[in-house]
Ligand binder design. Structure first.
Ligand code: FAD
Length: 300
């Protein structure tokens, strides 16, 4: 399958936009803010919370970073006015992390303060390894000001147990995921089972700490192991939630909700869906399997 994945990734520029759109439609709420609010409302009906992500292109100027902040400010206000929980996920590179980290921190702080005023929360997504320290530093700075923020840790990175232990002791809110970026073996686990083991090791560290833990995975092996761990450690509902991406394994999502687990769905929206989808496919060939499946599944 790995060879097939690589072939698909190499062929991505040749894949018709309509085919990418067909795959993307499942994973993206739509192009407009109204569609994002509607998706969040519909999920509320299914007893799911949401976190909304504004899809953005890679940026090259701080003017573009400012535009990202404006998009998020509009999103926060629309969620508030639409009666939906204000919870957004941000990628710091879209706020200029790699151009001017201080200006990036100021822009994100504006969004966090707007969300805070609406009783909301901002999750700082984690990007590839060159961003890890800078992302944690900005998250820590916002948290030190008492603002409602949380961050993401990637189980595949060797450094994560140390970061998890620190953030757990400080009571920070952490989303744990496997990590979508393929990092080199010098800094990351690369095998499926190693990454699973690292996920569970980090989950135990976080659950033994003081903060809220978001368990972000669709891997049924990890979901079952996490449920066992939650039971054994007698973790109350207020301390954790499962998180899943919009459109991915809705059956698993519904079964977790039916069992009474808190669950949040990550809802991306925006006009940059094409760049987002093809970037995700290039970053992780595993995801490319979905293009293959979509191509061969009738009526999908
Ligand atoms: C809420 C949420 C937030 C995330 N935030 C970040 C982040 O900030 N930084 C980061 O690096 N990564 C993030 N990720 C991605 C994460 O790191 C993994 O790459 C991704 O979740 C796939 O890993 P998995 O644990 O679901 O296991 P996998 O073994 O990859 O997936 C298990 C099964 O889920 C299905 N599946 C998984 N992903 C997809 C998909 N995209 N499309 C269709 N089916 C799929 C497949 O059936 C697969 O067999 C996030 C994931 C979630 C759920």
């Amino acid at each position: 399958m790995a060879i097939l994945h690589r072939l698909v990734v190499a062929a991505i520029p040749l894949v018709p936009r309509a085919v990418v759109a067909r795959v993307a439609r499942r994973y993206i709420a739509g192009e407009t803010l109204e569609e994002a609010v509607a998706a969040a409302r519909a999920l509320r009906e299914e007893k799911c919370d949401t976190t909304v992500d504004v899809l953005g292109e890679f940026i090259t100027t701080m003017d573009q970073a400012g535009a990202t902040a404006e998009d998020y400010l509009r999103t926060v206000r629309a969620l508030r006015d639409g009666g939906v929980t204000v919870n957004v996920s941000v990628k710091l590179t879209a706020f200029g992390l790699l151009l001017d980290a201080e200006a990036c921190a100021r822009l994100v702080e504006r969004v966090v303060r707007e969300a805070a005023a609406a009783g909301g929360f901002v999750r700082v997504d984690m990007e590839d390894a060159p961003c890890t320290d800078r992302t944690l530093a900005i998250h820590d700075g916002l948290r030190a000001k008492g603002l409602p923020v949380g961050v993401v840790l990637q189980a595949r990175l060797h450094r994560t147990p140390r970061d998890a232990a620190r953030l757990a002791a400080e009571g920070a809110s952490v989303r744990l995921c496997k990590g979508i970026y393929l990092e080199p073996p010098s800094i990351a686990h690369t095998g499926r089972e190693e990454i699973r083991a690292a996920f569970l090791e980090n989950l135990a560290i976080l659950l033994d700490g003081k903060g809220r833990v978001a368990i972000a995975t669709h891997d049924d092996v990890l979901v079952e192991a996490a449920e066992r761990m939650l039971r054994e450690k007698r973790i109350p509902r207020e301390r954790y939630e499962f998180q899943m991406l919009l459109g991915v394994l809705p059956g698993l999502r519904r079964s977790l909700v039916a069992k009474g687990h808190p669950l949040r769905v990550y809802v991306p929206y925006g006009t940059s869906w094409y760049a987002y989808s093809t970037r995700r496919l290039r970053e992780n060939p595993e995801v490319a399997g979905n293009i293959v499946r979509a191509l061969f599944r009738r009526g999908s």
